[in-house]
Design a protein around this ligand. Structure first.
Ligand code: CTP
Length: 405
């Protein structure tokens, strides 16, 4: 059971059939010790009555910015709250939030809120998979808001697929987890390498790999949410991230990544190497585009610096390094050898054997192997939760603060 003792939560309810679950959500927040201020869009009141929610929350429910007798100050509400949760969030309100439209009490409060904002979308399959919805979700994520993933199953329309609002229990435990971890990395500096590297062959071609940078970005966002100052060195990735505590440095090659990592590592408490660094690079990138002529072409490759191994050698007492291993055979033994060779404290092992794990997925399935031979294995989860597990393990082995409440 999550502990939300004394936390002030704004619950925004929008007009989806999933609004019926908002009664249970309100009840669970109250049971966990939170104060809940419910805000509703006019459309949502057709799905569930404000009276139900005001009875459960023990406070008046606001459905308008102004009513006949009062002005419900969205600015004050935004300052009052420790967290704002919009659940269920319709495609319509999502689009408004993504574009700064404030035409009702929820969207106006959202724009004024200084607290963390969580959003639990609920919509039908085709609306959820529409590219504009995906873009709007990504925009909110980039604003630093927290997506509470939709579930998959039967939808109100009778279609079966993704788009169902997360269950109230899952929403409450997401907030519980957030507050438990909130300041546990305050004052720590963490270096994270992420994404692929591109090693130029000539001005238009390169050697690269399928890494997207998702895992490293998830780690950076989770560490920043826990209060750490993060230096994220990101190879060529289509993704971005934005958080006041994440300093994002973009690089192309392993050499540039190495240089960037070397210069910040001395001031860091930990480094996490999630980048898929090219082991070799063309010895002499051609200055002009290589023309097609001979039947075969050989490229001379030379070894790239091993960033994890180099920083592992340089680390001093009180500094920790965490690496990744992607193995296709003898996974555990190989990962442990890597941990030893690169002088790491923790290694995250993933195999490509698991459906939904590794490159290009939003989920991952990992085992964490520690220098002291402790091992923990996890099921397939969203990368953000995998990031939370990795940071929990780092905080435990470094004997840093683990619980904020
Ligand atoms: N790594 C790094 N610099 C490199 C290569 C790897 O920092 N030049 C880091 C990766 O970010 C990862 C860990 O080392 O955290 C292991 O990467 P991996 O490619 O599995 O290791 P390699 O040493 O390249 O071993 P392999 O022979 O299996 O490719």
């Amino acid at each position: 059971m999550a502990n939300l003792q004394g936390k002030r939560i704004i619950l925004g309810i929008t007009g989806s059939i999933a609004a019926y679950k908002a009664a249970m959500l309100t009840r669970l927040f109250i049971k966990a010790g939170a104060e809940v201020q419910v805000l509703m869009t006019p459309g949502s009141t057709q799905f569930i009555s404000p009276l139900t929610l005001s009875t459960l929350s023990k406070r008046p429910v606001y459905t308008q910015v102004t009513s006949e007798e009062s002005w419900n100050s969205h600015v004050e509400l935004g300052l009052w709250a420790d967290a704002m949760v919009v659940a269920p969030l319709t495609a319509n309100t999502l689009a408004k939030m993504a574009h700064g439209i404030c035409d009702n009490i929820i969207t106006a409060t959202y724009l004024s809120a200084r607290c963390p904002v969580f959003f639990a979308p609920a919509m039908d399959l085709d609306m959820w998979t529409h590219p504009s919805t995906a873009e709007n979700v990504e925009r909110l994520r980039l604003f630093g808001n927290y997506l509470i993933e939709v579930g998959t199953g039967e939808l109100a329309s009778g279609l079966v697929g993704a788009g169902r609002m997360a269950e109230p229990e899952a929403i409450v435990s997401t907030l519980g987890r957030y507050f438990r971890k909130a300041d546990t990395l305050h004052g720590r500096r963490i270096l994270i390498t992420a994404g692929p590297t591109h090693e130029p062959i000539d001005p238009v071609r390169f050697i690269g790999n399928h890494s997207t940078g998702k895992m490293g970005i998830a780690l950076a966002e989770e560490a920043a949410a826990r209060g750490a100052q993060v230096h994220l060195v990101l190879g060529p990735s289509a993704l971005a991230t934005q958080h006041p505590r994440i300093e994002l440095q973009r690089v192309q090659t392993a050499g540039e990544m190495h240089e960037a990592a070397l210069s910040v590592f001395p001031g860091c408490d930990a480094a996490i190497f999630s980048a898929a660094v090219a082991d070799y690079r063309p010895a002499q990138p051609a200055e002009q585009k290589i023309k097609k002529s001979a039947e075969a072409l050989s490229l001379d490759l030379v070894k790239n610096p091993d960033i994890a191994a180099d920083l592992g050698q340089r680390k001093t007492a009180g500094q920790y390094t965490v690496g990744f291993a992607l193995e296709t055979q003898d996974a555990e033994a190989n990962a442990l050898r890597k941990l030893e060779r690169k002088n790491m404290d923790l290694i995250v092992l993933n195999t490509l054997e698991d459906e939904g794990a590794g490159f290009q997925h939003d989920t991952n399935k990992v085992s964490l192997l520690r220098k002291d031979n402790k091992k923990r294995s996890f099921e397939l989860k969203p990368k953000r939760e995998v990031a939370a597990d990795i940071l929990d393990e780092l905080q435990e082995l470094a004997a840093w603060k683990k619980d904020g409440l």
